[in-house]
Design a binder for this molecule. Sequence first.
Ligand code: BEZ
Length: 218
Amino acid sequence: METIENQQTIMPRIGDIAPDFEAVTTKGKIKFSEFAKDKWTILFSHPADFTPVCTTEMSGFAERKSEFDAFNTELIGLSIDSIHSHLAWVNNVHEKTGVYFDFPIIADIDMKVSKLYGMLQPNESETAAVRAVFFIDPTKKIRLVMYYPLNVGRNMDEILRALEALQVSDENGVAMPLNWKKGDKVIVPPPKNLDEMKERLNDNTCERTDFYLCKREL
Ligand code: BEZ
């Protein structure tokens, strides 16, 4: 019999087109390639319903959903639990805390999607997905991937910061330095040849450390 260890782990990488799948979710059946048309998508997994860290994380996504909306971004969660478990958990958290998980959560009971996205990492757990976050752009390209273990919750500020950094980078053709946040200077792409290098060395419109490191306001 084939064990999880014997199966090849597929890990979608940055730059890959997000693998397509069909799934049952708390908002009905979806075909992923048709989900969030012309929008960004955050596809994230959690290890299990009715567990403490996961409850804080799902609540964090729910409480900040309007910020994801403002970034033209749809949320979609996943765990290897049944749809009945998802519905009971959504209802329970709503009753106990008033927080409503108003985004689809995939019931990946056959682990099909978890395996497709490398969310099942057997040396961490053979039965639960790790805490993965896939940032997928409107062309369905994977732009950033985070994996967290079972015992450490993610940082919602960092997820939103990274999403904004990706979008601002795309819109302006610039790169983002360490700890970039809205309002900070951005990095001008470095010169690609000697002529551009000479030009950059005479460019006083940016804050220049040297030709390869120049920052500017947006
Ligand atoms: C939690 O969310 O608290 C959790 C889930 C699975 C394993 C360990 C912790």
